[in-house]
Design a protein around this ligand. Structure first.
Ligand SMILES: [Zn+2]
Length: 291
């Protein structure tokens, strides 16, 4: 494994398949998995991580939020690295403790498994847990890198991001949007429109040289602020278009189609099953009409 000379860390995509979000951050001394993908292919992700780390242990799993495509694989890391510390917001811990929330995760994992032709896996979702709850301002040491936690509600209440001031790396979450094509960023606000705008404005005011985007990977240099600007534009524009269409009498189905036409591109389809896209739209549309 070679670390990037300029930054002394490297980031690998260790996701088992598209949509199963998992990136491995490796510094000179320590390692952290950023999000942990689906449950049904978690063993493959664990093998991918082990291949990068070799004899080194996995120290942390950092969860940006509790959704099934980001958090389900976390517990599977414990069988390979029993001492790994799972880090997330306290709201994520509360969600993991809810049987009804785990049932939704189970159903969405099963849907994604069906689509990828997987029919057998060990379901460990009832063991999901958070070892260390963090919130705004908390710091996490990865040896020569210190990550600062930023609360970023908007996509969900449980969303957090991680920032390394020394290398100006921002590990973002879906509150900042998901890349759906060149210059096209899908707004992912499910619980807060203004909160999502605030998170974007905050990020736009920060020095950022590298940005880890969910379901995509690292972008660098000017591309970081370009992404944030595009994301803000599409958030405001979607808000305007949905409200305008609603005022013109369009039905819920027509509003969902409006979102599909805009954002359910080939790239988006690769990382998000239809079931998940529709579920998200069923939260986003009423939110945009309310706020
Ligand atoms: Zn999500």
């Amino acid at each position: 494994m070679t670390l990037d000379v300029a930054t002394n860390y490297c980031v690998h995509n260790v996701g088992a398949m598209p949509g199963s979000d998992a990136f491995l951050l490796v510094t000179a001394e320590m390692s952290a998995l950023i999000d942990s993908g689906f449950s049904f292919c978690a063993e493959t992700m664990v093998d991918n991580i082990a291949e990068v780390l070799g004899e080194r242990p996995l120290d942390y799993v950092l969860l940006t939020h509790s959704h099934y495509d980001h958090a389900s694989g976390s517990i599977y890391c414990k069988s390979r690295w029993p001492d790994v510390c799972i880090v997330a917001s306290d709201y994520t811990a509360k969600i993991f403790a809810k049987e009804s929330a785990r049932a939704v995760m189970r159903e969405l994992n099963a849907g994604a498994a069906r689509l990828s032709g997987c029919s057998e896996w060990v379901d460990r979702l009832d063991e999901l847990r958070v070892d260390r709850c963090v919130g705004e301002g908390d710091e996490l040491s990865l040896g020569d890198m210190t990550l600062r936690v930023l609360a970023a509600p908007g996509h969900t209440r449980c969303c957090i991001m991680f920032y390394d001031p020394a290398s100006a790396l921002l590990i973002s979450c879906e509150t900042l949007g998901v890349l759906a094509g060149p210059g096209l960023v899908m707004p992912c606000c499910l619980v807060g429109y203004q909160q999502s705008l605030d998170a974007l404005d905050r990020a736009m005011a920060m020095p950022i040289r590298r940005l880890l985007l969910p379901h995509h990977g690292v972008i660098e240099g000017d591309d970081c602020q370009d992404f944030l600007r595009a994301s803000r534009y599409w958030l405001v524009e979607t808000h305007r278009r949905v409200r305008e269409a609603h005022a013109a009498g369009q039905s819920d189905a027509e509003l969902r189609q409006l979102l599909r036409d805009l954002f359910y591109t080939d790239i988006a389809q690769l990382v998000q099953p239809e079931q998940a896209f529709d579920l998200n739209a069923s939260y986003t549309i009423p939110l945009l009409l309310k706020e």
